[in-house]
Design a protein around this ligand. Structure first.
Ligand SMILES: Nc1ncnc2c1ncn2[C@@H]1O[C@H](COP(=O)(O)OP(=O)(O)OP(=O)(O)O)[C@@H](O)[C@H]1O
Ligand SMILES: [Mg+2]
Length: 596
């Protein structure tokens, strides 16, 4: 009852036409978006269409068969019955073959479309800017690539063909009905729109529910990602019970949406069944009257009743499939909210060796905010001559790492520009821009795979010799050789099987191999033991040699190495100069320096 109330409430409060409300218009957009993927496999779809016509013909044949067998039996014409049965057997065999190929081809089409969709969604995601990634949980993104892409099945498989089959079947059945008894046919005509109305209203409700459900599945995935990635923290702080509770709530929510869906499907099924039965009674009743009057035969009546079902079924009887279609369209919408995001480049950037830098880097009045609200950087201007080392210092949260993200082109400044020689950021191809830079992030990040792959990064066919040399320069070669399979050792998720210092040295080797003229070093805050720190530092010094280096320095020893120091606080450049000049200033730098 609540559902009916909801329908009534919605239809009055929305105050729009039934046609609009039923959401048939809104179905067009997701379908249009799927079209290029369907078109790619047009041959399979054409084959399926042909099979569908065969299917319709077989259906009509059996109706014709029914009426003729019945009439022949009434007329005691045994030889005609025998002939009809033989013909029927041929049709059964044809039906067998058609069913087999229909199933195989349909699944083939679905799987191929899903693969294409996954690939192009992934390709698109790879080109999206960092702002997109910081705004979405990785778990939710994975859910779009898995749950949502899988759910598309309902819109690209048999349901899609049913959208075509429905009107054709209904039309064929109706024409056949007209030939049997036109008055009776016209009387049953009102059933079509009734079935359409029911399908439309419940379709819309199922789709809305489906959208919520798919959104929620994304959130559940996010929780799971957090739990598995942070399992040690979870254990250390006894968060198991809390997290289990959250997961339980999530599962309950999913269940409640699934139950709502089940109820909607139930209503749809029941309403369609009722329409179908009503049509049966009406046609049977009126038909019996016509038979009694002698205007049609028993065989025709049987055929008539069967056809009525075929006329109604396309609109209503496929309630479950209609529901599935609607839920799929909700998933398509979720996929396209990602597809509609503007990528930062039209194709994947190449791993290129850039030209050398001639004059240096110029940061020109950079202002930036992550959320268009709070300014994280304000009016930052720094000149970095080629070959120099500039250290950025400041309290935590000053915006140092953010500044590096801007220089790497991960984010676009709100105002101001960055120049590499005469090349202005934004005017340059982002791949070319990044080819000038090597980056060692604050937290080392390694991909699941071998050590070799991690050092190589995007370098196509990096020679073993070059990889080993980079590792040597990064002071990583010795420990790598001690691992069971050397450079081919498989390191777990995010390099779980390596120590902090080892991970750092691999990220340094990766930066050395890239051999770019500009080096961005976001010094790790986590402290290493003195021996490892010395190894890391030595590697860094080797890396910095002959390059223009920007370094976020947390350690005094690094700062003393710099030609120029920039002190920042709360997004503002407080002072810049040489170590000596800044100490004379007795400002922020002096305070930071003295505290060390
Ligand atoms: N992706 C993000 N979205 C929104 N705000 C962010 C994001 N990353 C950082 N911030 C905010 O920007 C400010 C500057 O952060 P940033 O990481 O640049 O500091 P930092 O100077 O590198 O600090 P630390 O020395 O601790 O590494 C902080 O207030 C932080 O909360
Ligand atoms: Mg930082």
């Amino acid at each position: 009852m609540r559902l009916i109330a909801a329908i009534a409430r919605n239809s009055t409060s929305m105050g729009i036409s039934i046609r609009n409300y039923m959401g048939f218009d809104n179905m067009r957009i997701p379908f249009l978006r799927l079209m290029p993927y369907l078109r790619k496999f047009w041959k399979i779809y054409v084959a399926l269409l042909i099979l569908m016509f065969v299917d319709i013909l077989i259906t009509l044949f059996f109706t014709w068969f029914l009426s003729h067998v019945a009439d022949a039996a009434m007329a005691k014409d045994i030889s005609k019955v025998r002939g009809l049965l033989l013909f029927g057997i041929v049709m059964v065999i044809l039906n067998f073959a058609a069913s087999y190929y229909e199933t195989v081809l349909e699944l083939d089409a679905v799987n191929k479309v899903r693969r294409e969709l996954k690939l192009s969604l992934f390709q698109h995601m790879l080109r999206l800017p960092s702002s997109f990634y910081s705004a979405h949980h990785s778990g939710d993104l994975v859910s779009r690539l898995t749950n949502d892409v899988n759910a598309v099945e309902g819109a690209v498989g048999i349901n899609l063909l049913n959208l075509i089959r429905m009107p054709i079947m209904a039309l064929a059945a109706f024409v056949y009905l007209l030939t049997i008894h036109w008055k009776l046919a016209l009387m049953c005509l009102f059933l079509g729109p009734a079935a359409l109305l029911v399908g439309g209203i419940f379709g819309k409700l199922i789709r809305d529910n489906g959208r919520r459900l798919q959104d929620y599945l994304g959130r559940v995935n996010s929780l799971l990602h957090d739990v598995f990635a942070g399992h040690t923290v979870m254990r250390a702080f006894a968060m198991e019970r809390k997290l289990e509770g959250r997961y339980r709530i999530d599962c309950d929510q999913v269940l409640s949406m699934e139950r709502r869906e089940a109820k909607l499907l139930g209503w749809l099924q029941a309403a369609s069944g009722t329409i179908s039965l009503t049509s049966f009674f009406i046609s049977m009743g009126i038909g019996a009257y016509f038979v009694a009057k002698g205007s049609i035969s028993i065989g025709s009546l049987l055929a008539f009743v069967t056809l009525i079902q075929h006329l109604i079924y396309p609109f209503s009887g496929i309630a479950k499939q209609w529901g599935g279609l609607q839920r799929s369209l909700a998933a398509v919408e979720r996929i396209w909210t990602v597809m509609d995001e503007k990528p930062e480049c039209s194709k994947f950037p190449e791993y290129i060796h850039s030209a050398p830098l001639h004059t240096g880097i110029q940061l020109n009045q950079l202002t930036f905010s992550y959320d268009d609200n709070r300014k994280v950087l304000r009016d930052i201007s720094v000149t970095i001559p080629v070959g120099s080392t500039v250290a950025f210092v400041g309290p935590s949260g000053a915006g140092k790492s953010t500044l590096f993200q801007l220089i790497m082109g991960f984010y676009q400044p709100t105002s101001g520009t960055i120049y590499l020689d005469d090349l202005a950021m934004g005017l340059s191809d982002i791949g070319l821009w990044r080819s000038y830079m090597s980056y060692v992030p604050q937290e080392p990040y390694l991909f699941t795979g071998t050590i070799r792959d991690n050092i190589a990064g995007g370098f196509p066919d990096a020679a073993d010799q070059a990889i080993i040399q980079a590792a040597r320069d990064a002071n990583a070669h010795a420990f790598i050789m001690e691992l069971p399979e050397g450079y081919n050792t498989w390191i777990g998720e995010r390099g779980a099987t390596l120590s902090g210092g080892q991970k750092q040295r691999i990220t340094i080797a990766r930066a050395i191999l890239k051999d770019a003229p500009v080096l961005l070093l976001d010094e790790a805050t986590s402290s290493l033991d003195t021996e490892t720190e010395a190894a890391v530092k030595e590697a860094l010094l080797r890396l910095m040699k002959g390059r223009t280096t920007l370094i976020i320095a947390h350690r005094l020893s690094t700062i003393l190495h710099a030609d120029w120091i920039v002190a920042m606080d709360q997004g503002v450049l407080i002072e810049q100069g040489t170590h000596k000049q800044l100490l004379n200033n007795e400002g922020l730098y002096t305070r930071l320096y003295e505290r060390r």
